[in-house]
Design a protein around this ligand. Structure first.
Ligand code: DC
Length: 235
């Protein structure tokens, strides 16, 4: 476990991983609100680094160049679930990081192991700071339960069937879940998850991680399912 004793996490940490379209971002954010905790979207950090690398003209196939960009990455990311802030070098990138050109390039950045180590350290620091400030934090991503915060008291894998994930993301991206919209979404979900799973295991729960399958749950049902795991752990 890549954690030294002096690096203990502060506050009550809820670590949530899952594939694209599992609903983990919106569910995690709502769980954080309900608990009065901080919220960290680690995917937004990989997206912002992808934005920054492209902005700086870095060749994303050059691992050393992307790692150098990560080392001087001027990121400001908020942890208030009610006020999302993602800035790079003073530029608000919160909308830009959701664009297709970022979604299609982010896996290349996330596959670079030295980049993951740089972001892991930054993520642990942000988790500890938010946990200290608010008493707890919900952090979501692909490797939070296994690599970033394996010592979190609550670790959850939020999954959903491929069909459910495609329908949800297709509604988000295209406002519909008809056959054309689903086909257009497929590469953004299935292909990206395939690429991402080369560096993180987020389809099968690691030991001690609770799986919640949201395929047949609505948003509120998913939030309640996560809250009941958290309450069970806090009791
Ligand atoms: O959750 P998301 O779609 O915003 O994540 C964007 C990308 O970042 C995703 O393709 C995988 C990567 N990622 C990662 O490798 N590790 C994390 N902890 C979070 C995201």
């Amino acid at each position: 476990m890549p954690v030294t004793p002096e690096e203990h996490l502060s506050g009550f940490v809820v670590a949530i991983d899952g594939p694209s379209g599992s609903g983990k971002s919106s569910v995690s954010k709502q769980v954080a609100r309900r608990l009065g905790y901080g919220f960290l979207d680690t995917g937004a950090m990989y997206r912002a680094l992808t934005w920054w690398s492209l902005h700086e003209g870095v060749d994303l196939t050059d691992a050393d160049a992307v790692t150098a960009a990560a080392q001087r990455f001027p990121l400001l990311i908020g942890t208030d679930p009610d006020a999302s802030v993602v800035e790079v070098d003073g530029i608000d990138v919160s909308a830009a990081i959701r664009e297709t050109r970022i979604s299609t390039n982010v896996s290349a950045v996330a596959a670079i192991i030295p980049v993951r180590e740089i972001l892991r350290l930054l993520q642990r620091r942000l988790i500890s700071e938010a946990g200290r400030a608010r008493g707890g934090v919900v952090a979501e991503g692909r490797d939070i339960t296994t690599v970033v915060a394996p010592d979190a008291p609550v670790r959850i894998l939020l999954t959903a069937s491929e069909e459910a994930r495609l329908a949800r993301r297709s509604k988000e991206l295209h406002g519909a879940a008809d056959a054309d919209a689903v086909a257009a979404t497929r590469s953004q979900i299935v292909d990206r998850d395939r690429a991402d799973s080369a560096v993180s295991e987020f389809t099968v729960a690691a030991d001690g991680v609770t799986t919640i399958d949201t395929s047949h749950l609505d948003f509120e049902g998913s939030v309640e399912a996560v809250l009941s795991v958290v309450e069970g752990a806090r009791a």
